[in-house]
Design a protein around this ligand. Structure first.
Ligand code: URA
Length: 210
């Protein structure tokens, strides 16, 4: 299937998201909530991972027990706010490999310019989650995924907290094969590229920089 959008509507996710949106929520609460929601998103996003049986010994007997097949998951964070989601995913998939990608928008060309790119060397045969809390215009998400695709991973999913309809459309124009997972598809973007109703600047709220 292409152009998939999955909204995780679990009540715990939705309740925590409401707390995150509130202006009065503190930096430490915001950080904690993003970590908690990201754990729950990870639970849903990894639901289709195939299992195979491994012969193990319990203290009482041998058994064939399920384990996740294949190579370790790779989580690639789009700097800087992506690290908030990364930290939550690592709580439930502690053995995941980690990558970072840094992009800024050139004010003249409006293109995403890469200033940092470090991902595990061999991405072939690996499932990748690309993470960034806000899918707003979709430009940086699309640029990040383009660079990651060039490394030939087995699969890519994009995981965010909030997505704007415009951002989803723009992202899927370039990458119809990459499913988007989020906690909410909000109303729209404003003229400055912020998601409405949104939660403000995710990076500033996460790191307390404003
Ligand atoms: N990035 C943010 O941090 N917030 C938005 O609303 C849009 C992009």
């Amino acid at each position: 299937m292409s152009r998939e959008v999955h909204v995780v509507s679990h009540p715990l996710v939705q309740h925590k998201l409401t707390l995150m949106r509130r202006t009065k929520t503190s930096t430490s609460q915001f950080r904690q909530l993003l970590e908690e929601i990201s754990m729950l998103l990870a639970y849903e996003v990894t639901r289709d991972f195939p299992l195979s049986l491994e012969r193990i010994e319990t203290p009482l007997m041998e058994m064939d027990a399920p384990t996740i097949e294949g190579k370790k998951l790779v989580v690639i964070s789009i700097l800087r706010a992506g690290d908030g989601i990364l930290n939550g995913i690592l709580k439930v998939v502690p053995s995941a490999r980690i990558g970072h990608i840094g992009l800024y928008r050139d004010h003249e060309t409006l293109q995403a310019v890469q200033y940092y790119f470090k991902v595990p060397q061999d991405l072939s045969d690996r499932d990748v989650l690309v993470v960034d809390p806000m899918l707003a215009t979709g430009n940086s998400a699309a640029a990040a995924v383009e660079r990651i695709k060039a490394k030939g991973p087995k699969s890519i999913k994009f995981v965010c907290l909030l997505a704007a309809p415009e951002g989803i459309t723009a992202f899927h124009e370039k990458h119809p094969d990459v499913p988007v997972w989020c906690a909410s598809v909000d109303q729209k973007l404003n003229e400055k590229g912020y998601i409405l109703p949104g939660l403000g600047d995710a990076g500033d709220r996460l790191f307390g920089t404003k």
